[in-house]
Design a binder for this molecule. Structure first.
Ligand SMILES: Cc1cc2nc3c(=O)[nH]c(=O)nc-3n(C[C@H](O)[C@H](O)[C@H](O)COP(=O)(O)O)c2cc1C
Length: 170
């Protein structure tokens, strides 16, 4: 409906289409992003894929803070251990990440840049300590998927209401 219209995301006005194939692709180190991803899977019935870095992070990622800061600040692309070969079969990819040193985990960018996602609907979602770098993190996902259609990110509250608002579910 019109009240949902956000001028920053005109594509929010895409029609609902029940035939779209949906993938939830996420990276999570300490479980927060995974919990949000699972809520999105429950609401959409999407397939789910967890991005695994080739070189795992410390189970307490604060012990890897130097590496993570370097990857973010130097815009590096850490390897993905488990790149699926069917990502381009999906019409919608909801892509989740923690905010790590002011950006998405860079391994998420590696994942996205491994495919031709032109024309795909890409919906970023994040978990974070503060919203200060949320817009920058959204912008980073848009930057690495320049030919995709981008819908509004999750910003708290009901996951189902958000997904209805961007017409991914009815
Ligand atoms: C090394 C490191 C850097 C972080 N940097 C940020 C940041 O820049 N901004 C922020 O809001 N939260 C930051 N956080 C907090 C995480 O985004 C937050 O804990 C997130 O929910 C973790 O997701 P996960 O449990 O899925 O791994 C950082 C956490 C770690 C470990």
């Amino acid at each position: 409906c019109k009240e949902d219209f956000d001028p920053n995301y005109p594509a929010d006005n895409i029609e609902y289409d029940g035939s779209r194939r949906i993938l939830v692709a996420y990276f999570s180190q300490t479980g927060n992003t995974e919990r949000l991803a699972n809520q999105i899977v429950a609401a959409t019935g999407a397939d789910v894929y967890r991005i695994q870095p080739s070189e795992p992070y410390a189970s307490n990622p604060y012990d890897d803070s130097g590496r993570i800061q370097n990857e973010s600040y130097d815009d590096l692309r850490p390897g993905v251990a488990n790149l699926p070969d069917n990502v381009e079969d999906y019409d919608v990819i909801l892509v989740g990440s923690p905010i790590w040193w002011h950006n998405p985990a860079m391994v998420v960018c590696t994942f996205l840049e491994s495919y031709d996602l032109s024309g795909k609907i890409i919906v970023p979602f994040f978990t974070y300590g503060s919203t200060e770098y949320l817009q920058q993190s959204i912008d980073k996902i848009h930057e690495v998927t320049p030919s995709s259609v981008h819908l509004r990110t999750y910003s708290g509250g009901s996951v189902e209401e958000w997904l209805r608002g961007i017409h991914i579910i009815q």
